[in-house]
Design a binder for this molecule. Sequence first.
Ligand SMILES: NC(=O)C1=CN([C@@H]2O[C@H](COP(=O)(O)OP(=O)(O)OC[C@H]3O[C@@H](n4cnc5c(N)ncnc54)[C@H](OP(=O)(O)O)[C@@H]3O)[C@@H](O)[C@H]2O)C=CC1
Ligand SMILES: O=C1O[C@H](COP(=O)(O)O)[C@@H](O)[C@H](O)[C@H]1O
Length: 503
Amino acid sequence: MASKTSATEFRENTVIVVLGASGDLAKKKTFPALFGLYRQGFLPNGVHIVGYARTKMDETEFHKRVVSHISNSADDQDLTSKVEEFKALSTYVAGDYEDDKAFQLLNTRLEEIESKYGSKERNRLFYMALPPSVFLPVAKGLKKNCYTTEGVVRVIVEKPFGKDTDSCRELVKGLKEQFSEEETFRIDHYLGKEMVKNMLVSRFANVALSTGFDKNSISNVQITFKEPFGTEGRGGYFDEFGIIRDVCQNHLIQVLSILTMERPVSFSAEDIRDEKVKVLRSIPPVERADTLLGQYVSANGKPGYLEDDTVPKNSKCPTFAALTLWVNTPRWEGVPFILKAGKALNEAKVEVRIQYKDVTQGIFKDIARNELVMRIQPSEAIYLKFNAKTPGLYSRAIPVEMDLTYKRRFADSKIPEAYEALILDALHGDKSNFVRDDELEAAWKIFTPILHWIEGKSGQAPRPVPYPYGSRGPKELEAFITKYGYKRANAEYSWPVTNVANL
Ligand SMILES: NC(=O)C1=CN([C@@H]2O[C@H](COP(=O)(O)OP(=O)(O)OC[C@H]3O[C@@H](n4cnc5c(N)ncnc54)[C@H](OP(=O)(O)O)[C@@H]3O)[C@@H](O)[C@H]2O)C=CC1
Ligand SMILES: O=C1O[C@H](COP(=O)(O)O)[C@@H](O)[C@H](O)[C@H]1O
């Protein structure tokens, strides 16, 4: 039920506190997103931004970090003056994460800022750009020392939210002791990506697309995440988590749930999330036999995973995973959903590839299958690969594409950064694109047994197969996806395509 808190939009009198302000995420994503919103006039009137972290630094150093990832051209006077304004409304407080006194100092700073708001309501948005190990102490410190009843308080929490089902439950419980579900915004930045948001609209606003969106027409689905760089600099964090926790359990499973959920009653946050939870609960835990794990090794002058100084020498941590999931609903029963994620691959790409079944044999032989591809990044696009008659006096089919590439079709539109979209949602109190507690639990249940196996908690830990840095992944991948029915439209059977009789 909507309450005052969830309905409140932060339009003025708001302080945004970024905890972990000295970190990588804050520098690369949070501050640039806040600046983007400020520049476009989307931040509340009179907003202030306060960075908080243990690192001691003066305002000049802090401002240097705040703007370090904002692309600024000296020729753009408007941008330069906005950057200066943005710096002027951002300030820094240094303090520990388990120290009441430090949080009290932070609170004093917040009250000083808020005293300029007069007697009106004061809102506080806390953004935890922090490692999960300090989520709980920070939540306790904030609740005890920096909570206000003179306005609305919201807390954005980053991923990964736990390491398995039990630790997730503990974290959920621990945070709930400090902040209500209404006050808590669990972020998964993939939910802020334009194409992920568009998936809901494309699926449910198009009869043409929703017809045949099921096991009767679809052979298999691949959801792919590829990054062309390794764990450079993040090896310490990564080795504790691995690619499944880093990407599959959150980003890719969120994409899968939106792709497979049934039509929600409305586009309200709770209706959408109810449907996502239902479909997630229909997915049994991943089987070992449905798993392919890889780890990158040195190639082309690039270091292998184990050569990273922050990684234990004999680590079996997977930097690549292909996992096949089964969705036991009447719509999807028997359709394999292959999640593939890897670091140090040959390209940067995130996409959903839906491959349809073969056309009935008879008039066509060995013709390419239809594929609907939703490219999340780079360059958002939806395209349908289908067969058409070759123009002219030929009687053969040719595979072609119906292509909606955003850059061409929406050349004048600015696609927002995922973090811009989500921080704005949090300011508006809209939780549709944030993760609910039961969604998290359902997602962890799918991966926990396989994660425990990988960590050697249930039998000997498997050793991931090697793949060269910059390659397409383990050489075993092709056989893996073929096993689940994926047919590549290679030259051998799609071009030139078979004669079309009676055209
Ligand atoms: N970096 C990225 O691209 C992304 C990160 N995330 C998530 O965002 C969160 C923050 O990530 P990121 O900024 O990369 O992390 P960092 O390792 O940069 O940590 C952020 C800040 O937290 C403090 N910190 C680091 N380690 C510890 C520790 N062991 N105990 C206490 N404080 C610590 C440091 O600040 P100080 O010492 O000054 O207090 C650091 O500057 C994580 O949960 C991550 O999973 C999500 C998506 C992308
Ligand atoms: O959460 C994470 O996401 C990034 C990838 O984000 P993207 O928006 O650039 O696709 C990934 O590099 C990182 O390992 C992971 O923690």
